[in-house]
Ligand binder design. Sequence first.
Ligand code: 5GP
Ligand code: MG
Length: 179
Amino acid sequence: MERNIQEVLLTEAQIKDRIAELGEILSAEYRDKNPIIIGVMKGVVVFYADMIRKIAVPCEMDFMWISSYEGTDSTGSVIVKRDVSAEIKGRHVLILEDIFDTGNSLSFVYDHLMAKEPASLKICTLLDKPSRRKPGVTLKADYVGFTIPNAFVVGYGLDYNEYYRNLPYVGILKPEAYT
Ligand code: 5GP
Ligand code: MG
């Protein structure tokens, strides 16, 4: 597995430190708001488990599972495989994501949850690749772990064909590992 990694982009220690910083910020933001924290499956699960333990205020956990399908026109449509189970109307909701890339998935999730009329809706993404954003996507993440260059990364929950999610760091995959 590790021999297919070209470069470690973010070490375990870097990720841990950044999550602790975000934890301070999110704990202050959500004090007395009893938020529902929604993870977008599956890529977020590792980040989610670490992040939630640094949010030191009462909160609820929930998950949504989506799938993206790239059409031939590459508009990229998204479907809900599993919706949230909590009633979010009137609640403060925080979305946790692994990576904000073209913005297709997050825009979809944001609109989908917004339609349920939460009291507030914010986004925290571990990774942001702004250079990949599709024109027309105006959505912004409220909290970003790391802004990264335009490279395909794996590990810490992120996969290539379902593998590498269990690497403890974020790494760039060697091009030859794609074939
Ligand atoms: P979007 O393009 O809609 O912003 O991101 C869609 C999904 O593509 C992300 O949630 C993530 O699962 C996947 N993705 C985007 N960039 C990368 C990447 O660099 N590595 C991996 N493993 N997945 C990515
Ligand atoms: Mg994802």
